[in-house]
Design a protein around this ligand. Sequence first.
Ligand SMILES: [Fe+2]
Length: 399
Amino acid sequence: VNDRTISVLLFSDLHASKITRRGHNSPSYFEVGVAPRAGEPTPVQSLLGLTKANELQSDPLAADFLVCCGDLTHQAEADGFDAAWKFLHQVKKLTGARQIIATAGNHDVDSRSKSNPSPVDFIKSIKPPFPIQSTRQFEKYWSRNFFLQETEEVRFLVLNTTTTHGVGREHEWGRITDQTLREIREVLARSKPKRINICVCHHHPHRHSEIGLGDYDDIRGGQLFLDLLSEPSNAPWLILHGHKHHPRLSYAQGNARSPVVFSAGSFSARLYPALQARVRNQFYRLNFSISDIARLGTMVGTFESWAWYEASGWQRAPTATGLPDRGGFGYRDIISLAKRFSILPRGKIIGWEKLITRIPELVYLTPDDLGCLFHMLKGEGYSITTEPGQNRPAQLVRK
Ligand SMILES: [Fe+2]
């Protein structure tokens, strides 16, 4: 059995910007055209340091693919877009990634015609070509609004949710039109599922009502898209998106094979006041074990998170900063898993590392489902100790 691991480094919402105001009022920590302030790390320098010096962890930030979910720049700034696109190519080189999988965000298209009557003239003229070098796929992206990018084990569906921006108030939300949905359906019907099936888009396909900001900017047509990906003939999908700057991991509304929806936090935008108190800037690496996917018969994966600290740079993220520093997705059957705990010896303390060797599926539960499972087990008399700031239990005793 192939025990290869496929890793995806995930960035979103860089909002790179040429600073126009003095002080700390720029829209992003990714400031273009100014020297970094002495003694203050920048997300770019700190990230490049991580890939080179490998200070925080035992294995380097290697990845097979580099995904960027859009908003490379802020309010369609040409210099910001150019700097962010160059930065992504630099990261690709340093991490050994085979390919950049990117898509446009609402800030990348000039929907208010600042510099050109066409919202997309600039972004279509950038070099190297955005979002992809291949002329065939480039043309599909800008004409059909999506394309498939496939390797032996991975199939990416790259989707542009900004295609109606520039028309009326469309720039205020994402959109998948009925015609695009029809075309995606046709293309998927002819395409063979892979072990790993990942859709990359900018806007969120379902709402984040819990932020309490009057959430109206999700993809119009998003639920129809989720329903399409959940159809029995389709493979299980993972959707990677940005836009909200609000990290969140959940399953989509729908059936038991509805997509995993991974909302990436922002890499470097200064966060809106409503978000500042609850999340930080983050980036991620997703890891897929081909042999575990084959064994469990569904797409499972784990993620690692890094969180941004203005004084110290990127750190492994403790729980209260968005997504926890480690977690998983794809394994949904917590009822059967709870029953499996009866294989543990009674009265013996067992730590998390030992526990996951006995019940390895645990690493593929989402942080929310892990919480549900341990709540159930506590109700059945298991004693579970959690350390502050950790979403994984430190130890467990079966009574
Ligand atoms: Fe956005």
